[in-house]
Design a protein around this ligand. Sequence first.
Ligand SMILES: [Zn+2]
Length: 409
Amino acid sequence: MSVQVSLERMSEKVAAFSKFGALEGGGITRLSLTEPALEARAELKRRCEALGMEVASDDIGNIYATVQGTEDLPRFVMGSHLDSVRSGGNYDGIYGVLSSLEAVETIITEGIPHRHPLTVMVWTNEEGARFEPAMMSSGIVLGKFAKEKMLAVTETGGTVTFGEALAASGWAGDEKNRLNKKDYCAYFEPHIEQGPVLEEEGLEIGVVEGVVGMVNYDIILEGVSSHAGTTPQRYRKDALRAASQVILDLWGKLGALAGDLVFTTGEIHVRPNIHTVVPNYVKFSLDARHRDMAVLAQVVDVIKGLPQEVYGCKLSYEEHWGRNTIEFDAGLLGFVEEATQECGYSYKRMYSGAGHDAQYVSEMLPSVMIFIPSRGGLSHTVVEYSTPEQCAHGANVLLGAVLRADAAL
Ligand SMILES: [Zn+2]
């Protein structure tokens, strides 16, 4: 077997960064650009500089720590985010940063020659838990969101804007340092799976082929409010009764489409939301995800085929937002798969059901992701966990894939 990362060093990294924003009883709250996130950034910088890497940031605080290669070639970049959701875990995002650092640290300390410069990267505010939306900085870099508009976003539940937090952080650097097509040629993002599939199937690695497409609709039912005590049932135009029926009908119809289609109603608004009043208005969300856009087109057909009236209530719908399925780079996928095989790890090719910075980056650079299992499939919770061995496996696959790409590209 080829060179391997250090299990001990990988575990030490995870433990060390788990302290920044640590909650009593486990897990972290490390919202973007808050004190614990700035402590984690400082620690990362200290560690990268100790390895002789040069640390820079761009105008939205994304961090790039680079070790030069032996040739004048564009850089490989690898990483993820270090912010968390409120009461999040010690792996989502930060695992991608720390496994990237461990892979590069192995290359540096073992003196492994590499032609391309190697950059470990941190994306600012991936979660969107403090400043909406999620994947804000990769979205700005890829032109999805206007920077000025994002700088003006006020934190959820507070008064500080993203621009103010960024200025106070000391991490606002030069726009010319942003990830770009000229200076970079490949992007790798290791991540925890955040779902149950790898664990359930007893597999060690997910070779991520892409990110599934999704559609997101709001479905609205409008009835008539009336007194809960004095209105006989037959006179009612109860929007919640109608919505309940529509949700169940949707479950039936969408459940009969492709078996691996996932769909969710996770948000519901009822008006007037008073226990003595028949609801006159309900709006609920419908999120559906599948890799095959033709299946998502069938979902849209089901929505468009809903009756215009249900129990006397008027039904309408609005498309909220959506995304097409993202396919990662076939060449990089090949390097990840070969590296996984060389390490002797069991694996499957799979799609990510969750969004990641890599999906935006893939529009600019050849990109790929590597998944490791999540215990119980749980993420965005304090009990999020992957074993030290699983963490090292992902870093080994990254290391192998980067060295293969370095030889080939
Ligand atoms: Zn993440």
